[in-house]
Design a protein around this ligand. Structure first.
Ligand SMILES: Nc1nc2c(ncn2[C@@H]2O[C@H](COP(=O)(O)OP(=O)(O)OP(=O)(O)O)[C@@H](O)[C@H]2O)c(=O)[nH]1
Ligand SMILES: [Mg+2]
Length: 386
């Protein structure tokens, strides 16, 4: 006689092959920490999180870009003893914002905070930030240096302070809400909001909060809680001269709703520098008595090499090729740009035949050639989407 199966049986571990986790709950709060060479700060930060987050089920996700000082190995060793400590180790990648995005997307906790790994942010603010979100008083809670008793005193120089203030002012035009410290690297939000904005994030540079706020398709309720930014006591700052340029490129990308990609913009700026270098070297070669074909060949080769290294350093600095990869990259770059040059000539010739206008033909050829160079090299040289 056939028996009717008890529906509860299908939930048995043996029937589904899955473990019965019905009594267990995941973390309530995930703290995401981007790190690069922060080995000496990790233990202190974890200890402080442990003290300050008593009573909250938390986890910490470090996102480390393969730090040479062994930060990732150190975190993994801690994680072997404490399952709340996790580490994502990224290889061949660099970038503070993109690291935060990957960390935020790697958790199932309903609340997500981002905090620096260098102890400059005041972690004791985390429970208040968490409460504000739990009480549904805000969509995003920002730890702010520019409201009430907050202070940026730990910034390393007056120049850094001025940059921070002007940077926040510049972003005000972009973000609909009135935010005093939109350049803060310390904030908390619901994971659902992260999931909502993730497909529109640029992930460029260091200002992930601006990226998130400018990517939201609806007005966000924002609460800012004051705190005093501390000075860095261990390890070194990772900011460099290009950080400001990246910030402007992020704003440009956000303002144009990503119709202008910052990579394409940089690629074309580098391309322009190549044209000037080409002309300068040609002039020198002719001056030194070389015949035109030889001079132009040398000038073109030098411009191509310069374009490759500038793009590798700037346009693709988050996935820079090094060692043999760079040698292979240079070879593929020169080959693909050769293809772009042939296309340039073919298009220009066709447009000239059709219209008889040399300037239009020249511009059309150069534009198509440059676009092709950009698309092909981003895919085949740097392994990215254009
Ligand atoms: N994963 C990852 N983390 C990074 C990168 N650059 C910086 N970080 C981390 O991001 C946090 C902030 O970096 P800092 O260099 O201190 O930048 P800052 O705090 O804005 O600037 P300072 O005031 O000069 O310290 C630190 O935890 C760094 O280790 C990166 O390229 N990748
Ligand atoms: Mg710092």
């Amino acid at each position: 006689m056939a028996s009717i199966a008890d529906p509860r049986e299908t939930r048995e571990p043996a029937a589904t092959g899955a473990a019965d986790l019905s009594g267990q709950k995941g973390p309530e709060l995930c703290v995401v920490v981007p790190t690069f060479n922060e080995r000496d700060n990790v233990d202190l930060l974890v200890g402080r999180l442990d003290r300050t987050l008593r009573g909250i089920a938390w986890e910490v996700v470090f996102v480390d870009d393969d730090s040479p000082d062994g930060t990732a190995e150190h975190i993994r060793a801690l994680g072997e003893r404490d399952p709340r400590i996790r580490c994502i180790r990224r290889i061949g990648r660099r970038g503070l914002s993109s690291a935060c995005i990957e960390g935020m997307l790697a958790t199932s906790a309903p609340f997500v905070a981002v905090i620096d790994g260098d102890l400059q942010h005041d972690e004791t603010l985390l429970p208040r930030m968490h409460n504000a979100l739990k009480e549904d008083a805000a969509d995003v809670v920002i730890a702010s240096r520019y409201v009430e008793t907050g202070s940026p005193e730990g910034l390393s120089s007056d120049r850094r302070k001025r940059l921070s203030v002007y940077g926040a002012r510049l972003a005000r035009r972009l973000i609909e809400a009135d935010v005093a410290d939109s350049v803060s690297g310390f904030f908390m939000l619901r994971r659902a909001l992260v999931d909502e904005v993730a497909p529109r994030l640029s992930g460029i540079g260091t200002k992930i909060l601006i990226d998130i706020l400018a990517s939201a398709m609806r007005p966000l309720r924002i609460v800012e809680l004051p705190y005093r930014f501390r000075a860095r006591s261990r390890g070194a700052s990772k900011l460099d001269a290009f950080t400001g340029v990246e910030y402007l490129l992020l704003l440009a990308e956000k303002l144009t709703h990503r119709y202008v990609s910052y990579r394409m913009l940089l690629f074309f700026v580098v391309g322009l520098s190549g044209i000037f270098l080409n002309l300068a070297v040609l002039r020198l070669a002719l001056f030194a008595g070389a015949d035109f074909t030889l001079g132009e060949s040398i000038a073109t080769a030098i411009a191509m090499v310069s374009n490759f290294f500038l793009n590798n350093m700037l346009t693709y600095r988050d996935c820079r090729l090094v060692g043999w990869q760079a040698v292979r990259g240079l070879a593929s770059f020169m080959l693909l740009c050769g293809l772009g040059a042939l296309t340039n000539v073919a298009v220009a010739r066709d447009v000239f035949d059709l219209t008889g206008r040399w300037l239009l033909a020249g511009i059309a050829g150069a534009a198509i050639g440059a676009l092709l160079n950009y698309a092909l090299t981003s895919i085949f040289t740097w392994g990215r989407r254009p």
